[in-house]
Design a protein around this ligand. Structure first.
Ligand SMILES: NC(=O)C1=CN([C@@H]2O[C@H](COP(=O)(O)OP(=O)(O)OC[C@H]3O[C@@H](n4cnc5c(N)ncnc54)[C@H](O)[C@@H]3O)[C@@H](O)[C@H]2O)C=CC1
Ligand SMILES: O=C(O)C(=O)Cc1ccc(O)cc1
Length: 304
């Protein structure tokens, strides 16, 4: 296991990682840095890591593992700040929601350094240093995307690190990761951003009616559409090709449903909804629904 871990970016993911390491891997020393001074202050107050440093260079100086927990569009700039300050033999990783562009940004900024990106598929609509909690990763998937030439010892250590925080680990190539996450996460977020915007732009329906009568479906969309604007702007710009590919298919499928409604094709609608209901049921059977089982303590702060 790594002796010391540095976390760059102390928001939801960085804070949760720091808290989880301190709780579940107590022998591992944690340092951290965030570009925002107010976030560093909150990180100190909450004890997100053992030592909050004033520079990224100081945070990574003694680290065996450096985890970048910044928006995917900031990975390159954050990595450039630590170039030349890393310990020999260090492993650099991240938690970004897209993987191909992150791998190239980190590799460009840190030539010759071992880099193995990862994506814990765990989060909430909240962000910032007050949003993190230690059990975030419990029984959630963490997708690790090693480059072809990844050092197998460092890869094993990274897998053990995420397993130590309670995650199930799966290996995947970055390109496939980006396509899978485009359909399971990125496009669904875009759909939520769209429908909530559509409802708020309606002239015939007032804002207070939207709030008052928001039934389950719309409420769920508003939670997702409250997610961090910087993070999601970066996700869509960085995973552009896969998102556009899935959006194209989605639009075609939506048009087919639209046609069924216009033509009164009840059987087609019924068959489609029956198929999608089965998918939801198999997710629940595999224990992957949102009711997080009892990994760790009850320190989940009720968000998400
Ligand atoms: N929010 C979520 O549910 C999930 C997010 N992710 C990924 O995790 C990463 C972080 O997301 P969150 O923690 O949600 O965001 P966040 O907004 O809570 O935290 C990001 C932090 O990075 C800091 N930062 C930005 N640029 C920096 C730089 N150059 N150097 C140091 N600090 C810098 C910001 O000040 C902020 O505190 C993103 O790449 C996101 O795609 C992955 C899984 C879930
Ligand atoms: O809050 C939710 O429902 C999420 O979907 C959280 C989330 C956001 C981004 C990720 O890359 C992984 C998980």
């Amino acid at each position: 296991m790594f002796g010391a871990v540095a976390i760059i970016g102390l928001g939801l993911l960085g804070g949760s990682t720091g808290l989880a390491v301190q709780e579940y891997l107590p022998g591992v020393h944690t340092t951290g840095y965030d570009a925002d001074p107010a976030t560093r202050e909150r990180a100190r107050a909450r004890g997100l890591v053992a030592q909050v440093c004033e520079t990224a260079a100081e945070a990574v100086a003694g680290a065996d593992l450096v985890v970048f927990c910044v928006p995917v569009g900031a990975m390159g700039a954050a990595a450039r700040e630590v170039a030349g300050h890393l310990k020999p033999g260090v492993l650099v990783s991240d938690v970004g929601s897209s993987k191909q562009t992150v791998l190239s940004s980190l590799s460009e900024a840190l030539p010759g350094v071992a880099i193995i990106p990862a994506h814990p598929v765990a989060g909430t609509e909240n962000s910032g240093p007050d949003a993190g909690f230690a059990s975030l990763f419990g029984r959630r998937w963490c997708i690790v995307t090693p480059p072809d030439d990844a050092n197998p010892i460092l890869l094993t250590k990274l897998v053990q690190f995420w397993e130590g925080l309670g995650a199930h680990v799966e290996l995947m190539n970055p390109q496939h990761h980006d396509l899978v996450l485009a359909v399971t996460s990125h496009v669904p977020h875009l759909i939520a951003y769209t429908i909530v915007g559509t409802a708020s732009d309606l002239e015939e329906v007032t804002q207070s009616e939207v709030i008052k009568y928001s039934a389950g479906g719309f409420r769920d969309f508003t939670r997702i559409a409250a997610s961090d604007p910087t993070m999601w702007r970066d996700v869509f710009l960085s995973n552009r090709d896969a998102v556009l590919e899935i959006l194209q298919r989605f639009t075609e499928d939506l048009t087919a449903l639209q046609r069924s409604i216009r033509n009164g094709e009840g059987d087609r609608l019924f068959d489609h909804f029956t198929r999608t209901r089965a998918i939801r049921r198999s997710i629940i059977e595999q224990g992957q629904d949102d009711a997080r089982p009892d990994f760790g303590r009850s320190d989940h702060n009720g968000q998400g």
